[in-house]
Design a protein around this ligand. Sequence first.
Ligand SMILES: [Cu+2]
Length: 105
Amino acid sequence: MRLLLALMLSLSLPAFAQHDHGAHKPAAVQSAPLSDGLVKKIDKAAGEIVIQHGQLDSIGMPPMTMAFGVADKAWLGKLKAGDKIRFAAEMKGGNAIVSHYEMAK
Ligand SMILES: [Cu+2]
């Protein structure tokens, strides 16, 4: 599991650095695939977002509703309950965090 995560991080970080958000590349090009999520609750005090998510292969999780930390606390002010997002999850310090997200159409 740790090896897989290390591999995933080493692969995904350079990809994000190179990723040009102005260019509309197919989702398959991204090394960290985005998963569907429904925002259930924003907990600013805890710095967490409760998300109902589908299968998350990146961190080996089945569908469930759970709290995620965020890579950027500013996201807590941008999202609200009921928002549909597409997001990438990763493990950081033993906690699942949202490392990237975009609004789902
Ligand atoms: Cu989960």
